[in-house]
Design a protein around this ligand. Structure first.
Ligand code: NAP
Length: 459
């Protein structure tokens, strides 16, 4: 390796992108990182996915700010791969590329009525209430008495809880104003969360589940009969602390009495939606009762003949995210990830595509908590540095920051640099401060560009 810094493009500025950038900039060899981000704002799901009433989770952004302050870091926001720059450009302009683009779409249920008005993916709802500029025009009509959330992961819990929060609970958050107003004025009396398997198989985590016991405006209802376990589930609970804690919390909910709060969150288990009914908008969800069967150590849901219809005006499908292929890059459609080996992207023949890496959800799929991405990104970066030490990734003198800027200028790309983001950040915090809120987000493309522009033009 030469003394000249290795120039690496990190595509995506969520947790995986930042942790990859941090590990690269902490390496024992000189590295420069250009973080390329489609939005004018960094932090990915920490800004636009983590529920606004979870400020502690969002505070990980401070660690990202420290990474951004490291010498050798540049943020190139509002630059889209596939529009402003292409993979071939990155390969030419950088010594290595790390894709950390996350999982950009949601999984579908594949049932009739899924596209009726009032049937939404959690992906859309979360992006809307968090202020993602692409999702602000979505016409969420929360003027219903019952909402059904399909799925038993933490995103399903976020959606159910956001719908259940009171105006007082929403007020100190950075939820967008239209979302706060829509939730505050919604006549929603019941939120039903549907798990296709049993409580022992739920994907959500105990602290997130326990929070439902502390909601100011909603009681939690669980039918004790649905907590009765088959032998395989009982054995699983015995050996799995998370499942055990979830079961304890659910048992607590089941034994409690409703206290007359305005809303009820009802957890149902071993039921799957089979159709969403309605004429021009959602009127009901038809569900089938499942039997749980142990198949080679995995408990699966098997539909029975018993069906039930739950009248409701809204359905949120929260059954996981799915990665999207980047043009010209190998992709495993079934897993929704880039084809890779521990972060080294593989070509069609299964050989490493020299100098191309991935990290985070586009590498391993949409699993784990924010911190999981640290270990994941470090693994990728270690392989990148190993390849550099072995001469498989080398510094090319033509890969300079000047060359990147020249190409972006030639293409008329008005990027938002880090100072531009800091201007947006200052504006949002200043708007939030008098209201006792962490920030009031800038949520339209025009306003984001405008807020960033004054500074961006100077730099
Ligand atoms: P997830 O944890 O993978 O949960 C997906 C859920 O959807 C599972 O309960 C799954 O059930 C269910 N499901 C899948 N297909 C279904 C179908 N056809 N019908 C009914 N149910 C179906 O995904 P997620 O909730 O989107 O979360 C993604 C990741 O982000 C997770 O790792 C999560 O923990 C993390 N996250 C963390 C937090 C937090 O820490 N506060 C907040 C949000 C998200 P089966 O198990 O039966 O497949």
């Amino acid at each position: 390796m030469t003394d000249a810094p290795l120039r690496v493009a990190v595509v995506g500025s969520g947790p995986a992108g930042f942790y990859a950038a941090g590990a690269l900039l902490d390496a024992d060899v000189p590295v420069e990182v250009d973080m390329i981000e489609r939005l004018p704002t960094p932090w990915g799901l920490v800004r636009l996915g983590v529920a606004p009433d979870h400020p502690k989770l969002k505070s990980v952004s401070r660690a990202f700010e420290r990474i951004a302050d490291k010498p050798g870091f540049r943020f190139l926001g509002h630059v889209e791969i596939g529009r402003d720059l292409h993979h071939e450009d990155l390969v030419r302009l950088y010594d290595a590329v790390v894709y950390a683009v996350g999982a950009q779409t949601d999984r579908r249920l594949g049932i009739p009525g899924e596209d009726l008005r009032g049937s939404w993916s959690a992906f859309e709802f979360v992006a809307w209430y968090n202020g993602h500029p692409d999702f602000q025009e979505l016409p969420f009509e929360l003027d219903v008495e019952r909402a059904v959330v399909v799925g038993n992961g933490n995103v399903a819990l976020d959606v159910a809880r956001m719908l259940a929060l009171t105006a007082e609970e929403l007020a100190p958050t950075d939820t967008t104003d239209p979302a706060i107003e829509a939730i505050r004025s919604a006549p929603i009396a019941e939120i039903v969360v549907l798990g296709r398997r049993g409580p022992a198989q739920a994907a959500f985590t105990p602290p997130e589940l326990a929070e439902f016991g502390d909601l100011g405006g909603a009681d939690v209802v669980v039918d004790p009969v649905e907590l009765e376990l088959d032998a395989a589930s009982a054995a699983h609970v015995e050996s799995d602390t998370r499942a055990q804690r979830n079961m304890d919390i659910l048992a607590g909910f089941a034994s409690g009495k409703p206290t007359g709060k305005a809303k009820t969150v009802r957890f149902r288990f071993a039921v799957s939606p089979v159709a969403i009914h309605g004429d021009d908008r959602v009127e009901a969800v038809e569900i089938v009762h499942n039997r749980l069967e142990d198949r080679e150590g995995r408990v699966v849901a098997v539909p029975t003949d018993e069906r039930e219809t739950i009248p409701c005006g809204l359905v949120f499908r929260s059954v996981g995210y799915h990665g999207v292929a980047l043009p010209g890059l190998p992709f495993d459609e079934a897993r929704g990830t880039m084809r890779n080996d521990c972060g080294r992207v593989l070509d069609d023949a299964g050989q490493p595509l020299g100098g191309v890496y991935c990290a985070g959800w586009i590498k391993r799929g949409p699993t784990g908590i924010i911190g999981t991405n640290k270990k994941d990104a470090m693994e990728t970066v270690q392989l990148l540095l190993e390849d550099a030490r072995a001469g498989r990734v080398t510094h090319n003198e033509s890969t300079t920051a000047v060359a990147v800027d020249a190409l972006l200028d030639e293409r008329g790309v008005r990027r938002v640099v880090y100072a531009g983001w800091l201007a947006i950040d200052r504006l949002e915090r200043a708007r939030g401060e008098p209201l006792g809120r962490p920030r009031v987000k800038v949520v339209t493309w025009d306003e984001l560009r405008e807020a960033a522009q004054a500074v961006a033009a100077e730099t």
